[in-house]
Design a protein around this ligand. Sequence first.
Ligand SMILES: NC(=O)c1ccc[n+]([C@@H]2O[C@H](COP(=O)([O-])OP(=O)(O)OC[C@H]3O[C@@H](n4cnc5c(N)ncnc54)[C@H](OP(=O)(O)O)[C@@H]3O)[C@@H](O)[C@H]2O)c1
Length: 406
Amino acid sequence: MPDSEAKLSPALRFTPPARPAGDPREILLTGATGFVGAFLLPELLKGTAARVHCLVRARTDAQARERLAAALRGYGLTAPLDDPRLNIVRGDLAAIDLGVGPAGWAQLRETIDTIVHSGAHVHHLSPYGRLKPANVDGTRTLLHLAAEGRPKTFHHLSTLGVFRPGDEARPVTEDSPIDGERHPFGRGYAASKWVSDRLVEHAFERGASGGIYRLGRIWAHSATGAVNPDDMFSRLLTSCAALGCHPADPGLDESLLPVDVLAGALVALLGDGDGTGSVHHLHHPGTIGPGAFLAVHDRLRGTHSEELPLTAWLHRLRRATERGRTCRSCPTSHISKSSPSGRRPPGSRSWSSATTGPCSGCGTWGSRSPTSTRRRSAATGASSDSPGSTCRSRSRSRSRSRMPKA
Ligand SMILES: NC(=O)c1ccc[n+]([C@@H]2O[C@H](COP(=O)([O-])OP(=O)(O)OC[C@H]3O[C@@H](n4cnc5c(N)ncnc54)[C@H](OP(=O)(O)O)[C@@H]3O)[C@@H](O)[C@H]2O)c1
């Protein structure tokens, strides 16, 4: 993926907002019907005095409201719908001017002072061309909105998957430049997120302020357990529960940051800006495997999940699928990131170990905390059941000398 994909229009310039970063009044939130966005919305309403305008895809205003309501209900969140500071804007990231029409664009241009961009077409098996309209063009459109009219800060949710997976372990920090990372078009999700991350970096070079938040795997709420059932790790666990067995393999261990911890950290960080651009890596520092979850499941259900070597577990999964049993299994690319031998599994194009980088299938990071650079805990929100739910973040001010030229 060439850096030329991430070019901003040469005329685009940004004016830093006069208002302190920590005092947003009018927030445009994208992706509120998604997993992360659904939890960000109540946190933004609680943690700021701002009106929150949610960009939602729908044919009618009523459908937009119903779609947002259904998404929130699905995660056990209903309170935000009654909040008078919630405003729903019907629109589409992939459409010209967000599909809001000239009057809607003018309204957003003159009203919004903070953009929180959580929306993205999240699909790990789609090619770049299919994801580009929402992920790349959508980010570009929002940056144009940020540059026009009322000055705005721009907060962009990215992924640690912008760092290319490699065969060798390497530490990455907020100071690690991403301009040299190369993603093939075939790894469409990572490629599209890398391009959008680079677009925002270029905007910071042109005077934009805000943050880039590169996330590891975001997972269940630390108190309610509300989780995205389509997440790869969720699918792995439901498959294990259905099969009555689980794979024992350290390579399947995941770093799972509770979504409420993430949302709290993000809202805290919104107010932390110094009028430039900063980068934060947000992920859980520890890892946990499926066996720990199946042990709790067994205790609660009175069942017994058999622990199997990965290959034997995959065999059971295949047999169950052949017999017509429905398992919400995860794609093999995710499972095969861990090879019992430590070598690339035969027939698989790539995988990454739990400590080297983003999984080739899911794009998220089986991470170990990088240890270099300044570090501070942005938020802690662990319930006693959640293993050390700390959210680590290192920020760096925009440094022109380190940034590649746009
Ligand atoms: N969850 C994680 O573990 C994780 C890890 C790393 C990075 N991230 C990043 O965090 C952000 C949120 O992820 P998520 O897990 O919440 O994803 P998600 O559950 O798939 O939600 C995606 C959101 O984006 C919206 N969206 C997609 N295409 C759109 C379009 N064309 N116009 C308007 N809205 C559109 C979706 O709206 P619809 O309901 O209309 O589809 C949905 O609200 C993403 O930027 C993702 O790359 C997440």
